[in-house]
Design a protein. Structure first.
Ligand code: SIN
Length: 329
């Protein structure tokens, strides 16, 4: 009797010890991404880490894995769904397989600039997209912007015909494939980390990137021409695993969401300046010639690529495209 009671006491105290030890262990949140640290997304990840580690010290610790050091862009969403990482910020192109409406963001010449993109992201259709992938196990916390995309190539691209016959590296996106097909070129899906090598070995002859990605992955050292086309946007969704997120105590989830909101503001406030700085860096390096388009040339690219809208309209609806177009002022 005494022995049983003693054993019970021992078990209870062992359980208590392990529970209190578990309670003392901070929750680890892994944030994986595919770009370098001094880019809009890289800086956002570090700021999120800093604020969480300061404000929720002892309760939560964020670990950041940059530049595909844990998973590349072809692997990271599956890793999130397996809860091997809890935070990502994939491009909207890579997320459009989970909600076809996100394809609207890939349409070329839809947004005049980053400010228009942000206005659209604040509107209801974009806000609804954040919560639209819960059934797939993904919760969208907010949008992070990188910048407008530029075309780089091994020949000068002034008119749409100049792109004919070239293979351009694209993300996993039928819209981006259609965009290059519209000018007689080919879109080839290559993970971001492998793109530099694909240009180097001649598998692809062109790419599209915001200045920050062009510069941080040194595309300008390989591609002799960059056309300042601003033809599309590269935006991210800051996402988490739905099961992980919904299992968090309400108060902790609210604190994390508040930090995510603050970081989102900071990322979007500095994205343009980072891209402007990287543009200057590329110009100063002098390894690629910068081509600016006059109005007639820009109109020609727009005219060649916009027939794509009719195809995409079948999936996202005419109203969605109209809602995006009206944010331009
Ligand atoms: C990223 O910025 O996340 C990668 C972009 C790309 O795949 O081009």
């Amino acid at each position: 009797m005494f022995k049983t009671a003693a054993l019970g006491l021992c078990l209870a105290s062992a359980l208590f010890a392990s529970v209190s030890q578990a309670a003392e262990e901070p929750l680890i949140i892994k944030f994986s991404h595919v770009v370098t640290e001094d880019t809009p997304k890289g800086r956002g990840a570090l700021l999120f880490q800093k604020l969480v580690n300061q404000q929720l010290a002892g309760r939560v610790r964020v670990e950041v894995y940059p530049d595909s050091s844990l998973f590349n862009d072809a692997e990271e969403i599956d890793a999130l769904l397996r809860n091997e990482v809890q935070l990502l910020a994939p491009t909207l192109s890579n997320l459009s397989q989970y909600n076809a409406e996100l394809k609207v963001f890939d349409l070329p010449f839809l947004f005049d600039d980053l400010a228009a993109v942000e206005r659209f992201q604040r509107r209801r259709p974009s806000q609804q997209m954040l919560s639209s992938m819960v059934n797939h196990g993904i919760v969208g916390l907010s949008y992070w912007n990188n910048g407008m995309k530029q075309l780089s190539a091994n020949r000068p691209l002034r008119n749409p015909q100049d792109a004919k016959g070239l293979a351009f590296r694209i993300q996993q996106s039928p819209v981006l494939e259609g965009q290059f097909a519209a000018v007689g070129a080919k879109g080839v899906n290559v993970p971001f980390t492998q793109s530099y090598q694909a240009v180097k070995n001649g598998q692809i002859q062109g790419a599209e990137n915001p200045w920050s990605n062009l510069s941080s992955h040194r595309f300008h050292t390989l591609q002799p021409y960059i056309t300042e086309s601003n033809h599309g946007v590269m935006s991210y969704m800051f996402i988490t695993n739905a099961t992980f997120w919904n299992a968090l105590p309400f108060e902790l989830r609210s604190e994390l969401q508040a930090i995510a909101d603050k970081v989102t503001q900071a990322v979007n406030a500095e994205a343009q300046a980072i891209n402007a700085r990287e543009r200057e860096r590329i110009v100063a390096a002098g390894t690629s010639r910068l081509i600016t388009l006059n109005q007639a040339q820009r109109d020609a690219w727009r005219e060649a690529m916009t027939p794509l809208y009719q195809q995409v309209e079948k999936e996202v609806g005419a109203e969605m495209i109209r809602a995006a177009l009206i944010v331009n002022r």
